[in-house]
Write a protein that binds this ligand. Structure first.
Ligand SMILES: *Cc1c(COP(=O)(O)O)cnc(C)c1O
Length: 468
């Protein structure tokens, strides 16, 4: 028995994996990873895989990065964790100072959570509670975009809309207002991203006019709807949204959990629209992909609405056990150092250009409707019919074929349904991008050959993070 098989067996005896139909593992081998280095992951039999999806979008400077490793090692000997209520510590203070400096002017307060979904809960609760504190308790609904994703907890799912995925839990969800997404994949022939984003804004304007009085906040994934298939739109939409939120007295929440820290080409996506949201949610790449940590930044105006004598009960009495964990903060500080010292945002421009060039030929593929890109995120939309953009039935799980082919070739490419995408660590080289383009092309060729047998389990959802 190979070492991989050994670990796989032990795993499957006791684990229940995230976003997985466990029965798939009757025929789909699990990949136990022994070590990581840079963009590479190595399994127990010594096979290496190029991590093209940054291990679920979190890793930006490679696995086992010496600079981040050292910072964590130094921190662990000093202080591993301490309660953040009534107590504080150096890494969390320094990190907060740097996040305030780094983000758009006016985001002056940092509240910590320990994962992205919890961070969304913080923003939603804070927004609602703000309006309550200023005597506008009727503002308790949220506006969200179709095809959006904001996490897995109940309220985060409520503001999400990755259809088949949240439908199961519909009975449990908050009643939110859904506005058609500016998703430019769906733009009419001949329209530019900018024109389409502007045209789609009419729906938002209408929803705000109709519901503004009862709405606490609009929540969006700026520029890229990640889990919804890497669908993209123009920054103009965010600019219009900021202006309309002000006019209708509604908060704007930017969920930059996936797009923050350089993914869209700027440090934060909101910079491209020249705006400042009322709440900015950060996680994933915040710690370089090392440890769970999330930060919700907000304005002094919001903060002041909670600041009062204790008996008024205006305080934000929300907490997570690992809030502001020192090891996670140390990893985040090391990550921010790398951004600064290596001038990463500028260096990424050349990489992004190369990515675009390496994948451009796929646009001509008979079963590819679009190759789209925003900064360091690139997506290829596989379709049954190119002219009408008719999607493959999800039951055929074409993406899974790409995933399996990539594994064979030594790459971790994990499509979202029919969308094959690249969201690589920023330490990837041009040569490695070329390799991934080759693997993706082969995989797409294989997956789009006319006949693919239908999935064994028709009840299986093609949801977020499923390689189906
Ligand atoms: C991943 C993600 C989340 C949820 O973060 P978790 O840490 O997985 O809970 C929320 N919003 C967006 C846009 C994400 O991509």
């Amino acid at each position: 028995m190979s070492l991989n098989d050994h670990w796989m067996r032990r795993d499957l005896e006791v684990l229940w994996h995230p976003c997985t139909q466990m029965k798939d593992h009757e025929h789909l081998p699990l990949v136990p990873i022994k070590r990581g280095e840079g963009v590479w992951l190595e399994d127990f039999d010594g096979k290496r895989y190029l991590d093209a999806v940054s291990s679920w979008w979190v890793n930006v400077f490679g696995h086992a990065n010496p600079r981040i490793n050292q910072r964590i090692k130094d921190q662990v000997d000093q202080l591993e964790h301490v309660i953040l209520a009534g107590f504080s510590h150096q890494p969390v203070i320094e990190l907060s100072e740097r996040l305030v400096k780094l983000t758009p002017a006016g985001l002056d307060r940092v509240f910590y959570a320990d994962n992205g979904s919890s961070c969304i809960e913080v923003a939603l609760k804070m927004s609602y509670h703000y309006w309550l504190n200023v005597g506008q308790g009727q503002k308790k609904r949220f506006i969200t975009l179709t095809n959006s994703y904001h996490g897995e907890t109940i309220a985060a799912m409520s503001v999400g809309d990755v259809g088949l995925f949240t439908d199961t839990y519909k009975a449990l969800l908050l009643d939110t207002i859904k506005v058609p997404s500016p998703d430019c994949y769906l733009r009419p022939e001949g329209a530019s991203w900018e024109e389409h984003s502007r045209a789609m804004f009419a729906h938002m304007e209408q929803a705000l006019a109709e519901h503004g009085h009862e709405v606490a906040a609009v929540i969006v994934e700026p520029l890229i709807q990640g889990a919804g298939g890497m669908r993209m739109y123009h920054p103009l939409y965010l600019k219009l949204l900021r202006e309309a939120c002000d006019r209708h007295n509604v908060h704007l929440i930017h969920d930059e959990i996936a797009v923050g820290f350089g993914r869209t080409g700027s440090m934060f996506a909101c910079e491209q629209a020249g705006i400042r949201p009322d709440f900015l949610c950060l996680s994933k790449a915040l710690t370089g992909g090392y440890l769970p940590l999330a930060a919700c930044l907000t304005t002094d105006k919001v903060y002041q609405a909670f600041y009062d004598d204790y008996p008024t009960l205006r305080a934000f009495l929300h907490s997570h056990s690992y809030t502001g964990n020192p090891l996670a903060c140390a990893a985040a500080l090391a990550t921010l150092d790398i951004f600064e010292q290596d001038d990463v945002i500028n260096a990424n421009r050349a990489l992004a250009t190369h990515m675009g060039q390496a994948f451009a030929h796929l646009a001509e593929h008979p079963h590819v409707a679009e190759v789209r890109q925003t900064g360091m995120a690139l997506a290829v939309e596989m379709v049954q019919d190119k002219a009408s953009k008719t999607a493959y039935p999800w039951q055929e799980r074409r993406g899974l074929k790409v995933y399996q082919h990539a594994l064979e070739r030594g790459a971790l490419l994990r499509p979202l349904g029919n969308v094959v995408y690249l969201l690589p660590p920023y330490v990837i080289t041009a040569q490695q991008i070329d390799f991934l383009a080759e693997v993706a092309s082969e995989g797409i060729d294989l997956a789009t050959r006319s006949h693919v047998s239908v999935a064994v389990n028709p009840g299986l959802h093609p949801g977020f993070r499923d390689p189906g």
